[in-house]
Design a protein. Sequence first.
Length: 343
Amino acid sequence: MPPSIIERLPAELIQPIFRESGYNPSLPLASPHIAAKLSDKRVYTAVCDHLLTAQHVNARPHQKASQTLLFAAKWMTWDFFKSWVLHQYEPKGCLCGKTEKEGCWDKQWPINWEDASQMPFSRAHLPALAWVNGRLPKKLFTGEWTQDKIEFSRFLLWTTSMTVDWANEEMRQIVLQSRKGAILQGNLEAVELFNHNRRLGKAPDIASIHFAVLEAGCNRSIVFDMLATAHRWGKCEGWARDELDDWCEARIEAGDPKGRWLQQKIQGLRGEVTPARPKPEKEPSPTKWGGNIDQREGDYELEGDKLVVNELRWNEVCVDLNSFSPMLFESFCKFRTPVLHFP
Ligand SMILES: [Zn+2]
């Protein structure tokens, strides 16, 4: 089919039409001819300026859908997004989008691109992108987890309110598979994202720990993070003897220290006393969930088998907020998903 009249217009005319449409992403999606004429870094930058800054607050319902399409676009790569963030916030010197004179009181600059979650924000000092609430794009959850995907996902989860579209069955399956893929790939940073962000699904439970051990080969760093997070969320309560105990015993018999290590962790979570840890004279006061998990207990190091436990700020933020009022805690955690139950 020959191009329509609008498709034949030169880029000099298409681009102002796009601007006047409020940078509606449906326009380039409607035609590859139009998309080609809008394929320009200056246009992409203008689209982001329009859709990702708070200056067009009256169009928010429309903007959420547009933000979703924007992040789904092929050109919206981690490299491009970083260049846009610098273009937008470098003049102010903080991701909150304000200078000190305008109210910034805790400069978050330069940006930690590798791990944005190391940049501490608070309810009184939010990143300017916090109100961006489109859907997280499919491209972050398809294929192998790369460093780019981890950094991009972590930045979006830390600085924006973007979520997975759980009502979309295809997307739901993609994210669930992506989580399993991260475990199979042995990618601790990717697994941590899933473990500590309720926007990326439920907290790990006994079934997912089974998967990590029995099907993914028991990467100790991954399994420890899953055990500790499951424990924190109360998912280990009533954990009865199961195939994992058999797995541990078989590994112990085979001379694999991983078997003993995991057995100690499981017994610790059940509140059982292991032979390697004699019963203390005075019982420690029981925690809310019962049992405990200690990263030092039974640890060892072999080539290719070292326990890594990262200090994650996803947890710190909400632990601090436990001293705040429930309303404040809940309000803040709409922005940053809580990892602890409010007592
Ligand atoms: Zn600031």
